[in-house]
Write a protein that binds this ligand. Structure first.
Ligand code: XIL
Length: 396
């Protein structure tokens, strides 16, 4: 907005609204106005020579997450030897472009480096020491820069229904989750700490087990603040937005946030226009249900251009799962997201630069954080809740 004077009267002149590439307001800019974060996972292409990759990200979104660069093996490739370069690049890019940053992830069974090999020979105390050192170092390094951390990723087993029998659990015991969240909270009291998993988005067995897991943590005073719904969906399969809505609401009633953390709607290749239309509808409905629930504030796809997506590698014959095509052209799916954001006018307060205020209180969020303050860091819980969103949050 620019202001100029004409015949003594101030006239507001719209110089250039921050628009996306097509003169249409971007999803990220609409998201800022709706008080939410819409973004994507950033993969290896970020460090490549394709300038369209970064350009699209910064024009279209207001949050990013590292697809791989913050995982255990990448950040700690040798014991107690940390490599920050790639993750630091991402954090700098987010800061320069007024984007929020998610952290993914601190504890996962998929680590193939030294830790997975060393684990068998380590006892509980040694393993706790390694995990605590990793969490202290990583969360400490990014302290103040991460909006939401996925502390434990995919900690439940699909077959048994219990905890996944990872090397972390085998060596430390079931309390490795509680410990990881507690250490992460101490290292960055302002970061929102998430349990992240797949196939538990709508109501059902896995969602019930995730609910029981995080409820147990809350009951024990463990600092968990959200559940990440990965949302790796197949477009052709019907999915129940009503079920996802119910799940978001029951987690909200526990005082927890929910974030859509890794969305993609894969389709059989080659994708025809009918499949892309279904995909558009799916993207629009899922974002709309997030916008309709005050505890859902982050909505990220796993990548953004079909040029770089994990889907074709992991689901042979399928792909075209993301909002932009391989030439960085917005697909109907992206228009579906813009539509959902446009339709949500007025239902959420805007994000503006400035200190955090009372908005979080209305989410029942402060209540949760005050509980944590009782367990050892006097007062920090309240402050943490107020500052939880750093510079991005301010009341209307
Ligand atoms: C995937 C990445 O996209 C791949 O590049 C990597 O080879 C394996 O991990 N759930 C998660 C993500 O939590 O970390 C996974 O990311 C996809 C499934």
């Amino acid at each position: 907005m620019g202001i100029c004077k004409s015949a003594g009267l101030p006239v507001m002149v719209l110089v250039i609204a921050v628009t996306g590439i097509r003169g249409q307001e971007s999803a990220g800019n609409l998201a800022r106005k709706r008080g939410v974060y819409v973004g994507a996972a950033v993969g290896g292409a970020f460090w490549g020579s394709d300038v369209r990759y970064k350009d699209t990200l910064k024009k279209e979104y207001n949050i990013i997450v590292a697809e791989n660069a913050m995982k255990f093996d990448q950040l700690e490739p040798k014991r107690n030897l940390f490599t920050w370069k790639q993750a630091d690049d991402l954090a700098a890019f987010a800061a320069q472009n007024d984007m929020a940053l998610r952290g993914h992830n601190l504890v996962w069974h998929q680590a193939s480096g030294w830790i997975s090999q060393a684990a068998a020979g380590l006892d509980r105390i040694e393993m706790q020491g390694i995990l605590k050192n990793h969490i202290d170092s990583v969360v400490g390094h990014f302290q103040g820069k991460i909006l939401e951390w996925d502390v434990v990723n995919e900690g439940l087993d699909d077959a048994s229904g219990g905890l996944r029998d990872t090397f972390w659990r085998q060596r430390i015991g079931d309390d490795y989750l509680d410990s990881a969240f507690t250490w992460a909270h101490r290292a960055d009291p302002k970061a929102l700490l998430f349990y992240n998993d797949y196939s538990g988005e709508g109501m059902g067995g896995k969602a019930d087990r995730i609910y029981a897991l995080v409820k147990g943590m809350k009951d024990r005073g463990v600092p968990v603040q959200g559940v990440g719904l990965q949302c790796h969906f197949a477009s052709a399969k019907s999915f129940s937005v009503a079920d996802i809505d119910l799940n978001m609401k029951r987690l909200g009633a526990l005082g927890l946030r929910v974030s859509v953390t890794e969305l993609d709607f894969r389709t059989a290749l080659p994708a025809d226009s009918a499949a892309l239309a279904v995909q558009k509808d799916n993207y629009a409905r899922l974002l709309a249900v997030c916008l309709a629930n005050a505890n859902c504030k982050s909505f990220l796809t796993w990548g953004f251009t079909d040029a770089y997506s994990w889907v074709p590698d992991f689901f042979p014959g399928q792909g075209a799962a993301l909002p932009f095509d391989a030439e960085y052209k917005p697909k109907p799916a992206y228009q579906g997201m813009v539509q959902a954001l446009t339709d949500a006018v007025g239902i959420r307060p805007a994000l503006r630069p400035g200190p955090v205020r009372s908005q979080e209180v209305t989410l029942g969020f402060l209540r949760g954080s005050m509980e944590y303050s009782r367990e050892g860091t006097p007062g920090s819980g309240t402050r943490a809740a107020r500052n939880a969103l750093g510079k991005w949050m301010e009341p209307r």
